[in-house]
Design a binder for this molecule. Structure first.
Ligand code: FAD
Ligand code: SF4
Length: 509
């Protein structure tokens, strides 16, 4: 028989490792749209539509390249609904002599692939996914040599390894590794120069998928009305070009800024394409470097962008696999509250939250600071169960795959790993949000007040969070200053703040 090559929905590149190991005349590729994967958590409608459409387009591209295919559609009557059951059917049908597959992007599916070895009486080769710069072995050896796993040092190694933004003498371009200090500007007011991502009109394949998703996943979060995703490599390259031309030159400056009614600002909006394989992250970084060298993008913007990809993205993946499958259950601050219902509707009078959640429902997108400092910060301050927070992020963002979502959510944003990823919790009061956005001016609450009917809830929640977690967090030297400020307040004031927070939390529902 031939070789059987199952391909997953986040392996949409002709260069994927398992394909490089076989030849078109000797292999049958298998792509599967299975119910389990669309419902094990209730993904955003636009996320499901994006992935299914990208898969169908990718199958066409591979067919054009001469590959033979079994493509199992979600609405095929014989569809068994899971990867393992569909591979079993293909083994029956095609009588392959062996299976070649590229490793999965999460523990759950990894275990599935490993079970195939026992289940099918043919050899199963699991190829390492070499779309990443840093292999599992490399990360493990980096991590085991250190007490603290700081992204900054990992990132420097990746700069040296790729040569990106390195001067000839082995020093970083411009003399510094990191120009983040230049990247904290609040957004300017809205104007015609605010860049906008390309919106791709659905073709026949995407239209079919949109209809299927609207019918089958009506009870999932999200809207399809604003569906704008690229579905092919060519379209994703157009979005990449748009980013390089229009947004990169100010990417760094406004990376942390937030504006009412502007979901995208100077962000690339490329993560879904990078994560499923439609774009190559290293190639993108080289193009960003070229823009800098040609004088078309300043160093703080080029460096900031490259750091997100070869630094943060690679680093969180390393952490995910290094920490093991139980990482998802950590809860260092013992947070137990249920995630408030408005995370699924956006219906709240906290304007910053309604903006971040509203655009998430509309687009399956929010940028980093919205995820970290609005929805993430609120859940952290309110003491929401980090596992529930993790499931929400995994469901609602089009770019969410567990290897990248989990460490960002549970580690960076909820501090549930006790400080593996971040040296202190990303907890902030309303003042931070006011500084970085125009939200507070449009809100029914007053960001300068801590107590009283109109006080911004982030303020009392912030102090309440510190007070509640004093035993665990006060020894952290990076929190010495806020704890000193807390201790300096009159006892009456502290009491009033905690009562204000308790009242608000009681009414969260
Ligand atoms: P840009 O701002 O244009 O950044 C460029 C690229 O850098 C991104 O496309 C992405 O590939 C990479 N990147 C930036 N920051 C990170 C990071 N912290 N970790 C990994 N890659 C990064 N990113 C995901 O891809 N999937 C997720 O499920 C995800 N969940 C997150 C959950 C939380 C709570 C937080 C705080 C962050 C999460 N991120 C996730 C990281 C980041 O927010 C998104 O990558 C980014 O917002 C995607 O939008 P963009 O392409 O416009 O990014
Ligand atoms: Fe958010 Fe508070 Fe500002 Fe309102 S006042 S937008 S709740 S930070």
């Amino acid at each position: 028989g031939p070789l059987l090559v199952p391909l997953f929905g986040d392996q949409l590149t002709p260069d994927i490792a398992a394909l490089r190991a076989v030849r078109p005349d000797d292999a049958i590729l298998l792509m599967m749209e299975v119910a389990d994967e669309t419902t094990y958590v209730k993904h955003h409608k636009a996320k499901i539509a994006f992935i299914l459409s990208a898969m169908r387009h990718h199958a066409g591209r591979l067919r054009d390249l001469g590959w033979r295919f079994d493509y199992v559609r979600l609405d095929d009557p014989d569809n068994e609904g899971s990867f393992t059951a569909e591979v079993a059917r293909a083994v029956e049908r095609r009588k392959p002599r062996a299976i070649h597959v590229t490793e999965a992007g999460e523990w759950r599916v990894r275990a599935m692939l490993e079970s195939w070895r026992d289940r099918f009486a043919i050899p199963v080769t699991i190829h390492e996914d070499d779309r990443f710069l840093c292999s599992h072995a490399e990360f493990d050896s980096w991590a085991s040599a250190r007490k603290q796993l700081r992204m900054e040092y990992f990132y420097r190694d990746m700069r040296r390894k790729t040569g990106l933004l390195m001067a000839d003498d082995g020093k970083p371009e411009g003399g510094q590794w990191n120009y983040d200090a230049d990247n904290r500007r609040p957004a300017p007011s809205r104007d015609l120069l605010t860049p906008r991502p390309v919106r791709f009109l659905p073709d026949a394949i995407t239209s079919d998928v949109l209809a299927l998703v609207a019918e089958r996943f009506a009870d999932h979060i999200g809207s399809l009305d604003h569906f704008h995703f690229a579905a092919t490599h060519e379209e994703a390259m157009r979005q990449q070009q748009r980013f390089l031309d229009e947004a990169l030159p100010r990417f760094g400056d406004y990376q942390d800024a937030m504006l009412t009614g502007e979901p995208f600002l100077w962000h690339s909006v490329l993560s879904p394409y990078i994560n499923v394989g439609l774009l190559d992250p290293l190639d993108l970084c080289r193009k960003v470097e070229e823009r800098y060298l040609a004088g078309r993008a300043p160093l703080n913007c080029a460096e900031g962008f490259i750091r997100q990809i070869i630094g943060w993205r690679e680093y969180v993946r390393g952490i995910y696999w290094h920490e093991g499958p139980d990482y998802a259950r950590r809860n260092a601050l013992d947070a137990r509250r249920d995630l408030p219902g408005f995370y699924w509707t956006g219906m709240t009078d906290l304007h910053c939250l309604s903006q971040a959640i509203g655009q998430t429902i509309d687009h399956g997108y929010a940028h980093h600071i919205q995820r970290l400092m609005i929805t993430g910060n609120f859940a952290l301050l309110a003491g929401v169960d980090p596992y529930q927070v993790h499931i929400w992020y995994l469901e609602v963002y089009a770019d969410a795959f567990e290897w990248v979502e989990l460490p960002n959510t549970l580690g960076m944003s909820q501090f549930a790993d006790g400080g593996l990823l971040g040296s202190k919790p990303y907890a902030a009061s309303g003042a931070y949000i006011d500084r970085m956005s125009d939200y507070c001016g449009k809100c029914r609450y007053d960001v300068r007040q801590r107590t009283g009917e109109n006080a911004c809830p982030f303020n009392s929640l912030y102090w309440d969070f510190l007070a509640r977690n004093q035993k665990t967090l006060a020894p952290n030297p990076r929190l010495a200053m806020p704890y000193r400020n807390w201790e300096r307040m009159e006892p009456k004031e502290r009491q009033a703040i905690r009562r204000q927070a308790a009242n608000f939390l009681d009414n969260l529902g």
